[in-house]
Write a protein that binds this ligand. Structure first.
Ligand SMILES: [Zn+2]
Length: 291
């Protein structure tokens, strides 16, 4: 198909505006060649800001926001960003996916396939989610929100031990009796209170559950793995980078289009032009039924 219409996608959490209205209904456009290339060279762990740019370029609209920019996609929850990325992946490569993991059992180490359907990982959630979750603590009423792309971008800039980074994240997510916390304020809460907040978020989250289970084919041990949707899509696009280069070469060589113009096309359109070109070069009808 030459022109791919945007597909509707309902975010599990959605973006709350200043009036408290939630915007969940989005439109997902196909990635352009430029987007594919950017993510293909982004490395194993794409930077959260690069993910925001990518999501902004393929999210056509969101609720009452007719235009979506990176500031808006960075304000989406991590779960919504994972949801969108899984749908992008399914659109490009299909709903089924096979991951390979090494068996952790001592002395085994066999490679096991774990098959996943992305639609079961990121199902549509018709029910609206609350903007924040509330927990009653001895210290007061805590409100916790889901982490966003902006939180992940801030964390990516901070070095230091895991415990410090974790305290920084929680201090951004949690307020007690309407008062924001500092990282030290979070650490000063009793362990029981911190645990209660973490449990409330884990139970109330709308994020896709990315923990996968498989069975070792040799020793039948259980394998657990955690899917990172951004890393997955980046890895698959990296695998197609050489093909993308040859597509640009072939279209530029025959049509004399610029690299910029070719990379502005989504994959389906590039492939359709390549198909027409092959028909032309092989002397076949360009379109069935035409001479
Ligand atoms: Zn095993």
């Amino acid at each position: 198909m030459m022109f791919e219409p945007p597909i509707p996608v309902l975010l599990p959490h959605g973006l709350f505006d200043e009036d408290g209205r939630c915007h969940r209904q989005g439109e997902l456009r196909p990635l352009t060649g430029r987007d594919e290339w950017t993510l293909a060279v982004a490395g194993d762990r794409p930077d959260p800001r690069a993910v925001s740019e990518l999501l902004a370029s393929c999210l056509g609209r969101l609720g009452d926001y007719p235009r979506v920019d990176a500031a808006l996609t960075s304000a989406l929850t991590r779960g919504d960003r994972h949801h969108l990325t899984l749908h992008l992946r399914a659109r490009m490569y299909g709903d089924r996916m096979s991951l390979v993991a090494r068996c952790p059992a001592p002395g085994c180490g066999a490679m096991a396939d774990v098959d996943v359907r992305l639609s079961t990982l990121a199902p549509e959630r018709p029910d609206a989610a609350p903007e924040v979750l509330s927990v009653a603590l001895p210290e007061g009423r805590a409100e916790v929100r889901e982490p966003t792309g902006e939180d992940d971008a801030v964390l990516a800039d901070v070095a230091g031990p895991r415990s410090e980074r974790s305290a920084l994240l929680w201090s951004r997510l949690v307020e007690v009796d309407g008062r924001p916390l500092t990282p030290d304020g979070w650490k000063a809460l009793p362990a029981k209170s911190r645990h209660a907040v973490a449990v409330a978020l884990a139970e109330g989250t709308t994020a896709p559950d990315l923990g996968l289970l498989g069975r070792c084919p040799r020793c039948a041990a259980w394998l657990e793995l955690e899917l990172d949707p951004f890393a997955l899509l980046a890895r698959e696009l990296r695998g197609g980078a050489a093909r993308l280069e040859s597509e640009v070469h072939c279209l530029a060589f025959h049509y004399h289009w610029s690299e910029t113009d070719i990379l502005a096309l989504p994959r389906a359109r590039r492939w359709r032009y390549l198909e027409l070109l092959r028909n032309e070069l092989e002397g076949r009808p360009l379109v069935d039924g035409w001479s």
